[in-house]
Design a protein around this ligand. Structure first.
Ligand code: TMP
Length: 213
């Protein structure tokens, strides 16, 4: 069976996490082996980089370089081997988050991000090298004002969660640019709805791809 790579994206507070667990269960009941992972993170080295990125103050270029360093290790150690074994990889955030947060939110150069993306994600395929991307990206789309209300009653915020609403408007614009550049890879989910309604959209997006019986 061919490997499947599905990423989950959205601004902080968009509510993607519970759906990652639920989708993993659905694939498992269909007999698929599922690897659940996250970015930044997913390997011991990348988790160390995650702690730096989420807690330490640094400029946008440093942030971008660290998330791509973490991604390189994650791809090599976890994602590519799992896909080669035919597993389903469910990844809580991937490169779209870099374009949204470092590109949109922090205003870092999109050309440099594009260059790093190509460098870090190039992998060997049967027909030569290609740039690894998720087969499907579920974008949990939510107004930053609503996300801020949700976060206010949640856990102690990390560096990004503590940002003002205007930052998340820029992050959302960053996501939107990624969707517009490659619409067929994305499913846009209306994340302001009740959890069950969002879940129905998740299932529909995956079914439409023919990956669930
Ligand atoms: P999360 O695991 O709670 O979603 O937190 C990860 C945070 O890191 C989130 O605020 C988004 C941010 N982030 C970036 O800034 N750049 C990236 O490339 C990734 C993957 C995440």
């Amino acid at each position: 069976m061919a490997g499947l790579f599905i990423s989950f994206e959205g601004i902080d507070g968009a509510g993607k996490s519970t759906h990652i667990d639920a989708l993993a269960q659905v694939f498992a009941t269909q007999g698929r082996v599922v690897t659940m992972t996250r970015e930044p993170g997913g390997t011991p080295l990348a988790e160390k980089l995650r702690a730096l990125v989420l807690n330490d103050t640094m400029d946008a270029m440093t942030e971008a370089l660290l998330v791509f360093a973490a991604r390189r290790d994650h791809l090599q150690q976890v994602i590519e081997p799992a896909l080669a074994r035919g597993e389903v990889v469910l990844c809580d955030r991937f490169t779209d988050a870099t374009f949204a947060y470092q590109g949109g939110g922090r205003g870092f150069d999109l050309g440099i991000l594009t260059y790093l993306e190509r460098m870090v994600q190039t992998t060997k395929g049967l027909d030569g090298n290609f740039v690894r991307q998720p087969d499907l990206t579920l974008w949990f789309e939510l107004a930053p004002e609503i996300a801020a209300q949700r976060l206010a009653s949640a856990r102690v915020p990390d560096k990004f969660e503590a940002q003002p609403v205007d930052f998340f408007k820029c992050v959302s614009d960053g996501y939107l640019r990624r969707v517009q550049a490659d619409p067929s890879r994305f499913a846009r989910l209306a994340a302001a709805q009740a959890r069950e309604a969002v879940w129905a959209e998740v299932l529909q997006a995956v079914r439409q791809k023919g990956w669930l019986t």
